[in-house]
Design a binder for this molecule. Sequence first.
Ligand SMILES: Nc1ncnc2c1ncn2[C@@H]1O[C@H](COP(=O)(O)OP(=O)(O)O)[C@@H](O)[C@H]1O
Ligand SMILES: [Mg+2]
Length: 263
Amino acid sequence: MNPSGERPILEARGLTRRFGGLVAVNNFSFSVHEGAIHGLIGPNGAGKTTTFNVISGFYAPTAGQVLFRGLDISGRKTSALAAMGLVRTFQGSTLFQEFSVLDNVRVGRHLGARAGFIGRLIGTDRLSERAADAKAMETLDFFGLQELAGEPVSNLPHGHQRMLGMAVALAAEPRVLLLDEPFTGMNPEETRRMMALVRRIRDRGVTIILVEHDMQAVMNLCDIITVMNFGALLVEGAPEMVRNDPAVIEAYLGSTDGAGHAS
Ligand SMILES: Nc1ncnc2c1ncn2[C@@H]1O[C@H](COP(=O)(O)OP(=O)(O)O)[C@@H](O)[C@H]1O
Ligand SMILES: [Mg+2]
């Protein structure tokens, strides 16, 4: 995945996160290269969501570091990371239900507003506000949500709310987008649409880290897959290799999820 030998866009080094006596993430290291769709999988309880929470600033690591474009960002706040271009998707519960679809995307743009502060200082806010609205509509268009722009989020069906969660994240113009189980609760048609969108987002130059239990989707989408088990690295490689790795098969068989279905 790294033939040119360039610096990874995101790197975890010896990441550890404890909750009391429980070690959710245990000396875990992995590197993500720019432009990749990088899968993070493993049986239930393997530590995937905790890894995401540490990377995206929801939890501080107990030990170890997270590097974003070579810079140590361990323990920085979610908002600071979003402004730097590291964004995780918003679940239904983090959307503003009583706000309109468009207003939620506007919130996303503010999260990523790298130039906003200067704009406010020199008074270009009005102009940039209008440009921002155009951008927000463009983002809704990208997700096929433009006709719902004025609707309160609470009126949207589940699948549309998940799309909107991704639209809000994308509106922040991330360089790295963390997706935690984006296909959960989606029917096959919605999953196909969402997969195509994930590819298009990557083609726009956004690096994607994907936690997902839908193995078909993971195998189809990812350039490289890191498998976690008991908070640590188990195996890493191309989808074909990972799919056939005996240690991976055993980890899934040994979990309560059974074969081929992990979360
Ligand atoms: N906030 C928390 N407090 C206590 N234990 C937690 C917390 N979050 C996760 N854990 C525990 O950490 C382990 C890893 O969980 P998680 O990262 O959610 O795994 P995964 O996403 O791979 O299913 C599990 O044993 C889980 O119960
Ligand atoms: Mg999880």
